[in-house]
Design a protein around this ligand. Structure first.
Ligand SMILES: Nc1ncnc2c1ncn2[C@@H]1O[C@H](COP(=O)(O)OP(=O)(O)OP(=O)(O)O)[C@@H](O)[C@H]1O
Length: 475
């Protein structure tokens, strides 16, 4: 196999800044590594040669078993609220931060036990790691901030879940792996110096201008509230359900992280839940903005000692910022809806909220309906009309909307034809787990160009049969 890879120099910025949150660690060996998926574009962004990554030495790099000279992999510590309950010790129980490269973190998932593993085996399996690859790739193509999957490598190890599963390691990149839970751990340590270094590190990476603010931690908080408001609006507009919005899965960068029990809506329904363990519907589609706000309140609590030396006295300033979350979310959502509906800047905002009410009442296929509206903007309302039950309400809304002269071309640039449909992802992952990668490769190929309609590929645009949502709790 040809290889033009020169030496890889992995930095260790997290370990240098925050040794207390870092446990130097190594990956477990992989008996028989086999490449299952590789994103050449992500590789190129890191300055890595895809041909080398496919070679035995590249697979050693991607699984953490052959670490470049000078690299210092660590398991990162963090805490977090999971489904509302606080866990003081989470951390990378099956993951490692290999280091940083080209300004981003390179992280492994499924690389073996660490001191944060608690009772877990430290491993990951093929299906869920490929799910992260497929859905993360789709999210990036949709223009939504996200960690990115570089590769999934089958380990050749059998992993014991409900049934024996083939093991895998995911290699992914992120602007950083700083989470709300990272701050919760530093706050719980009652070490203000550690908390300050963590905030300074986050500021240096994600919002350098905050360093000059009167209260840098408050400026950091304001930034995170803003990027999360934008992110949540993007999720809601595209019909994405994250599924496990615990505080350890909320990034400081504003990137989507951890594609566990996630999926895209078929029928638009605020009560949609995909995670089999989310019995109370805490992270249902329609509750996501409020779940994010709740997480941001926990972030504020963690930051309080940096807002004021008497944390209690920092509360009003932090609450004032937190209270901007929903207005910022609504502004981002309104702007996004304006784009999805091909409206001019000065269009009546009630067009968006009235359409939302129509979607809530009629449950059309989310992705298909918005795409069909661009056909309506070209003069054929029937495809959209076929998706709703309340035809009088649809006709009334459509008449108002069409009178604004919506821009169909602009709409087609923001309303995807293809999203990772739950049933297709499931089908592809089951095939891959059984050794056939072709369905996944074909699916990823379509998802990389979500706005470009492809003749003969209708099955990738269609919703699954009603009632066949796969609820999911695999890891
Ligand atoms: N098989 C396992 N062995 C050890 N720890 C695990 C295992 N699975 C999950 N964990 C740990 O449980 C916690 C919650 O897991 P979760 O599934 O949210 O994270 P993850 O998918 O492993 O990682 P990330 O959030 O980085 O994408 C984390 O601390 C994670 O490291």
């Amino acid at each position: 196999m040809s290889s033009t890879q020169t030496a890889v120099h992995l930095g260790h910025r997290f370990l240098d800044a925050l040794p207390e949150l870092s446990v130097p660690w190594q990956a477990e060996g992989t008996p028989d590594p086999q490449l299952l998926a590789l994103d050449d574009e992500v590789a190129a962004g890191l300055g890595l040669d895809p041909a080398w990554l496919r070679s035995p030495s590249g697979l050693g790099f991607l699984t953490g078993t052959r670490v470049p000279d000078g690299a210092r992999p660590v398991a990162q510590g963090y805490a977090g609220h999971q489904f509302g309950n606080y866990s003081p010790r989470l951390g990378d129980g099956r993951a490692l931060l290999l280091g940083d490269l080209a300004g981003v973190d390179l992280h492994l998932k499924g690389s073996g036990r660490t001191p944060w593993s608690r009772g877990g085996d430290g491993l990951a399996v093929v299906g869920p790691m490929l799910r992260e690859f497929v859905v993360g790739t789709a999210m990036h193509a949709l223009g939504i901030p996200t960690t990115r999957s570089l590769a999934v490598v089958g380990t050749g190890r059998v992993v014991h879940r409900e049934t024996p599963q083939p093991g895998a390691v995911l290699a992914r990149t992120a602007a950083s792996h700083l989470r709300v839970g990272s701050f919760q751990l530093a706050r719980a340590a009652e070490d203000v110096d550690l908390l300050r270094r963590l905030a300074d590190h986050a500021i240096a990476l994600h919002v350098p201008a905050a360093a000059d603010a009167e209260v840098p931690a408050l400026a950091l908080y304001d930034h995170v509230v803003g990027v999360q408001a934008e992110l949540l609006a993007r999720w809601m507009l595209v019909g994405f359900v994250h599924g496990v919005m615990n505080t350890d899965n909320m990034t400081i960068s504003g990137e989507t992280i951890d594609y566990g029990p996630c999926a895209f809506l078929d029928a638009h329904d605020a009560d949609t839940v995909f995670s089999s363990i989310d019995s109370g519907g805490r992270y249902r589609y329609g509750n996501q903005p409020l779940a994010a706000q709740w997480n941001l309140a926990r972030f504020a609590e963690a930051l309080l000692p940096l807002v004021h030396e008497d944390p209690e006295q920092g509360i009003p300033a932090a609450v004032a910022v937190l209270e901007t979350f929903l207005p910022r979310y609504e502004a981002a959502w309104t702007a996004g809806m304006r784009a999805k509906l091909g409206l001019a800047e000065d269009a009546d905002p009630a067009l968006a909220t009235d359409l939302q009410a129509l979607l809530d009442a009629n449950h059309p296929d989310h992705t298909g309906f918005f795409r069909a509206l661009s056909t309506a903007a070209r003069g054929d309302v029937q495809p959209a009309r076929d998706l709703v039950l309340d035809l009088a309400a649809f006709d009334a809304w459509t008449t108002r909307w069409l009178a604004t002269g919506p821009d169909a071309d602009a709409m087609e640039r923001v309303n995807p034809v293809y999203v990772p449909r739950n049933h297709l992802v499931q089908e592809a992952l089951e095939a891959a787990t059984a050794g056939d990668l072709a369905p996944m490769d074909q699916l990823v190929d379509v998802l990389r160009h979500p706005f470009d309609e492809r003749p003969g590929q209708d099955r990738y645009a269609a919703p699954g049969p009603a009632g066949t949502y796969v609820t999911y709790c695999g890891t």
